[in-house]
Design a protein around this ligand. Structure first.
Ligand SMILES: CC(C)(COP(=O)(O)OP(=O)(O)OC[C@H]1O[C@@H](n2cnc3c(N)ncnc32)[C@H](O)[C@@H]1OP(=O)(O)O)[C@@H](O)C(=O)NCCC(=O)NCCS
Length: 356
């Protein structure tokens, strides 16, 4: 059976929510980058590449098309707004400011991103960009969040501007060329025995609205994941419309979404799912949520679904090199599963916040 197509962007509930697109911040920022303006998008991409080369060197070089797709679709059709910073008006931009706003009830939160080219740091450019960003925020915003790779520059800069550390997390990486398939076979047999009452199924986006409705409960089960620190949290709506927004943004960006579900044989209930996003041009895939309904925990479903996903991805994308997942340091059940699968920790991320 073919899945019904995802409603087109522009259908009720699935429009792209663009914010601050008309805000002219004056010299040296001006108007936001228009995703149709390829030279501005290329300049922004060049800046991100220069910043990543220093602050996040494990990232593969960013592609212009991906920067453009991010500006158009974001992660769920609510893309942030970005301004290039070009103090001498003529040369390459030496910084960028990004602001992400959200719908109620999250309109009291804003994410602000400041990036300064490594060759121009410690001259006050970052401070000026942040001041512009804070001034541009709507009055409703009470909490400003900034984050990324937890470098000394980021910590020093944000602490200097009275942000406080809200949370840290450690990305974990599974290197696909280092997997012991003999170990995987053993784990797969073990998890298959424990999860005999469940059937695994593979789904790719777009998922039919009927199936998405069945998936709402497992999608909401991610809220049980432990969160350390006291960072103000975004409230995620777990409903069909939000799941569709994420799928539409993923497909709009040219990425692919893979989902393995575990269906309880006797009741038909979807008891768990694991989701991975693959950018076909990037050797690193993103592990998104893995969640199991409370009544169905303890059957090794997390392990079973993730091993099934691993076979699927390695068969479908032979050029994939690694899968990256981000877990809270207190999420012991997930850490144990990932440890069994051979994940190793990468450089930490941090989120800071400022109360207004
Ligand atoms: C963080 C970043 C934006 C700072 O930009 P910048 O132009 O160098 O910042 P400023 O010159 O305005 O620095 C202001 C103050 O922040 C602090 N600071 C900045 N960089 C620092 C560093 N590497 N170590 C310690 N403190 C630092 C200092 O107190 C500095 O004042 P000083 O230079 O008089 O001592 C830049 O390093 C960057 O783009 N990093 C990657 C992206 C990032 O982490 N952004 C922040 C989170 S959104």
């Amino acid at each position: 059976m073919t899945a019904p197509a995802l409603p087109a962007i522009g259908s009720p509930g699935l429009e792209i929510r663009r914010r601050l697109t008309d805000v002219d911040l004056g010299h040296p920022l001006g108007r936001p980058v228009d995703s149709d303006n390829l030279s501005a998008v290329a300049a922004l991409n060049g800046l991100y590449r220069a910043v990543n080369a220093v602050d996040d060197p494990d990232q593969p070089p960013r592609q212009v098309a991906k920067t453009q797709a991010r500006l158009r679709y974001g992660s769920d059709l609510e893309p942030g707004t970005v301004w290039l910073y070009q103090p001498d008006r003529t040369g390459e931009p030496i910084g960028a400011l990004q602001i992400d706003l959200m719908d109620p009830p999250n309109d009291v939160l804003a994410f602000v991103g400041v990036n300064v080219h490594p060759a121009y740091r410690r001259r006050g450019h970052g401070t000026l960009l942040l001041a512009h960003g804070l001034r541009a925020l709507p009055a409703a915003v009470r909490t400003v969040i900034a984050g990324g790779r937890h470098t000394a520059a980021m910590a020093g800069f944000l602490e200097r501007h009275r942000f406080r550390l809200g949370s840290t997390d450690v990305p974990h990486i599974q290197h696909l060329d280092q997997i012991s398939w003999a170990d995987m076979d053993g784990l797969e047999a073990e998890s298959a025995a424990a999860s005999a009452g469940y059937e695994l199924q593979r789904l790719t986006a777009p998922t039919s609205p009927e199936l998405l409705l069945e998936l709402v409960a497992v999608a909401a089960a991610i809220d049980d994941a432990p969160v350390s620190g006291d960072l103000t949290q975004t409230e995620f709506a777990h409903d069909v419309a939000q799941l569709q927004r994420v799928e539409a943004a993923t497909l709009g960006r040219g990425d692919q979404q893979y989902r393995v579900i575990a269906r309880h044989r006797s009741t038909g209930v979807i008891a768990g799912h694991t989701v991975v996003t693959v950018d076909p041009d990037n050797p690193t895939a993103d592990q998104n949520d893995t969640a199991v309904l409370p009544d169905h925990r303890g059957h090794r479903l997390g392990l079973a679904m993730k091993i099934n996903m691993l076979h699927w991805l390695t068969d479908t994308h032979p050029t994939l090199r690694q899968i990256v997942t981000t877990m809270d340091a207190n999420n012991t059940p997930m850490i144990e599963i990932n440890h069994a699968l051979g994940y190793s920790p990468g450089p930490p991320n941090a989120s800071y916040e400022l109360a207004r």
